[in-house]
Design a protein around this ligand. Structure first.
Ligand SMILES: [Zn+2]
Ligand SMILES: [Zn+2]
Length: 149
């Protein structure tokens, strides 16, 4: 998912969230956020290492943890070894994932309005049984991609 906002707006939003978490928007963190924004799909730690050779892997891990804590980045994983990272959904747009447990591939899928209406109704029913008021949902599908069968 590409960031929906302009680069400037994205920078302001990210800066504000980091500030709330008492973190500065350092060059290392910025490099990762900008890479996630331009990648347009969830990336692995190896993708980040390949794309940003100047950022040591250990720093990249720390930045990702900080960015998750500040609600800038979301971690997606069917299994820990296949963790992928993307910008938080409210910085991009609502979507779902197809997660392959064989190759670790992650496919972004943008739902149709009709699909969202059905899901929202079912989520509403599920939550209402407990007097819960849903404001969002996360729905990732786990299985095998077309290449892995
Ligand atoms: Zn696969
Ligand atoms: Zn949805």
């Amino acid at each position: 998912m590409q960031a929906l906002t302009s680069d400037d707006t994205l920078r302001e939003l990210v800066e504000a969230r980091l500030r709330r978490a008492d973190l500065r928007y350092t060059s290392g963190r910025r490099a990762i956020v900008e890479m996630l924004a331009s990648a347009g799909h969830p990336v692995s730690i190896s993708d980040i290492a390949a794309e940003l050779p100047d950022v040591p892997r250990s720093s990249a891990y720390r930045h990702l943890v900080d960015l998750q804590g500040a609600r800038v980045v979301r971690r997606i994983a069917a299994e820990d070894e296949f963790a992928r990272f993307e910008l938080a959904e409210d910085l991009t747009e609502h979507h779902h994932h197809l997660l392959c447990v064989t190759c670790g591939g992650v496919i972004d899928v943008t739902p149709t309005p009709a699909f969202e209406r059905v899901v929202a109704k079912m989520v509403q029913e599920l939550a209402a049984q407990r007097g819960f008021r849903p404001t969002a949902h996360v729905l990732d599908v786990i299985g095998h991609c077309a290449s892995c069968g």
